[in-house]
Design a protein around this ligand. Structure first.
Ligand SMILES: [Zn+2]
Length: 448
């Protein structure tokens, strides 16, 4: 946080955001992109082989900067490595940094110092079996409105407008820290990690306003606000139709014989539709969460996707889970940009099973049941009931709210102080040209 500037009611803050754009490279540029991705993969494998050898012999490996030195010496001595100069030298260095990070994550995970899934020792990357990705952190990196500029690759056209970022760069309120190029479902993307100056209001424009939000599968989200207004965001038509296409393609894919050319083709098609769904969903979520964060000081949502909320089919599940996490992160940073808060209900809070009228909790509520009928006479939609419960939770106090690692700020007068979940998002998950903040440590790992 930097010190306050401008008017007394606003404070300046520096946030790290990701800007992601789909690239439209010329054929020669496409070849260069592949070459750089190959170079990053080669450097990773080259470094990993050395680290493995040393680990077996001495129980330790090389750091990223040691690998870089070894590489600089090796590439001149070994004629087989003469092709290195065809790519930006930055790409090799960044691959060694990624490897360094992956090795440290492995150790932290082994010692139980790292949250999440247990990590294995880093693996070798195989062409076609890993994500094509590489990164620049120095050199000519920028954008103009319809293009981006990258070291060695020059000016590349983009499918989306880069104007928002270009304007910030021009005004001096943004600084690009790095550019990660990656390929998803046959399409190239660049994700800029950008340091942005933001003016954050001391207090939300509508103090005391609150909304409970139920994140859904059928609808994007359903909310109930402190005035009793029900807000439903159905999601764009494009999302529903691409989801339908995804289901069809997935069924067709499962019928193809394993190892056949047809199966390979259908897998590529499936990946393309997946990428499309992710883009459309992210775009819709950006719009919906921006509007919620602007309108309500307190937004209450569930912390995690409560088990059983989605139909127990892997495809629907994966898509929904991805959406929940994304929506939660967006609400986290967008509420804080507006001077508001994201409040998270604990994962055991029975927002769906409880009657929002009388508080009676049902033992079971089958997923097919889209309406809540209670003995007290209340009949509501399932999503509306859940949203109303989340809203009630905010009004009743914060004891059930979960805010791990949040920063504490005084809550609205007459209310229990609430905690705020700071936003953190992953560059890969936007799929759009929208802004989102990025945790610096995630940025370093996301090129794997
Ligand atoms: Zn009831």
């Amino acid at each position: 946080m930097s010190s306050a500037s401008g008017s007394a009611r606003r404070s300046g803050a520096t946030v790290i955001q990701a800007y992601r754009f789909a690239l439209d490279p010329a054929p020669a540029q496409e070849r260069m992109l592949r070459s750089h991705a190959g170079a990053a993969r080669f450097a990773w494998n080259w470094g990993l082989a050395r680290c493995q050898q040393r680990y077996q012999a001495e129980g330790r490996w090389y750091s990223g900067s040691e690998l870089h030195k070894l590489w600089n010496a090796g590439k001149k001595a070994d004629p087989a490595l003469a092709w290195w100069a065809g790519n930006s030298k930055c790409v090799y260095q960044e691959a060694f940094r990624d490897l360094d990070r992956a090795l440290r994550d492995f150790i932290a995970s082994k010692k139980g110092q790292r949250k999440g899934k247990r990590l294995g020792f880093p693996r070798f990357k195989k062409r076609g079996r890993c994500r094509d990705s590489f990164r620049f952190s120095t050199g000519a990196i920028g954008c103009t409105g319809t293009t981006v500029t990258l070291p060695r690759l020059g000016v590349i056209r983009t499918h989306e407008s880069t104007r928002k970022l270009a304007r910030r760069l021009g005004a001096g309120t943004a600084r690009i820290l790095s550019a990660t190029v990656s390929r998803t479902a046959g399409r190239w993307f660049v994700s800029f990690t950008v340091e942005v100056e933001r003016a954050i209001p001391e207090r939300h424009a509508r103090p005391g306003s609150a909304i409970g939000v139920d994140l859904g599968v059928r609808t994007l989200l359903t909310g109930v606000d402190d005035q009793g207004t029900v807000v439903t965001v159905a999601g764009p038509k494009a999302l529903r139709s691409s989801l339908r296409r995804l289901r069809r393609a997935s069924r067709a894919h499962s019928r193809k014989a394993a190892g056949s050319a047809n199966r390979r083709k259908s897998a590529a098609r499936l990946a393309r539709i997946h990428a499309r769904v992710a883009t459309v969903r992210a775009d819709a979520l950006h719009k919906a969460t921006s509007s919620l964060a602007a309108r309500y000081e307190n937004v209450v949502a569930e912390d995690l996707n409560v088990a059983g909320m989605t139909r127990n089919r892997r495809l629907a599940r994966a898509i929904a889970d991805q959406g929940f996490g994304m929506a939660r992160r967006m609400l986290g940073y967008k509420t804080s940009w507006n001077g508001g808060y994201l409040l998270l209900a604990g994962r055991w809070y029975p927002s769906s099973k409880m009657c929002s009228g009388c508080g009676a909790v049902k033992a079971k509520l089958p997923l097919s049941e889209r309406t809540c009928r209670c003995d007290c006479g209340l009949v509501t939609g399932r999503d509306v009931n859940a949203a109303a419960n989340l809203l009630n939770l905010a009004a009743s106090g914060a004891e059930s709210l979960n805010a791990r690692g949040g920063t504490v700020r005084p809550g609205p007068a007459g209310r229990v102080p609430v905690k705020q979940e700071p936003g953190a998002a992953h560059a890969d998950q936007t799929g759009t040209a929208s802004e989102q903040p990025l945790a610096a440590e995630q940025e370093l790992t996301h090129a794997h």
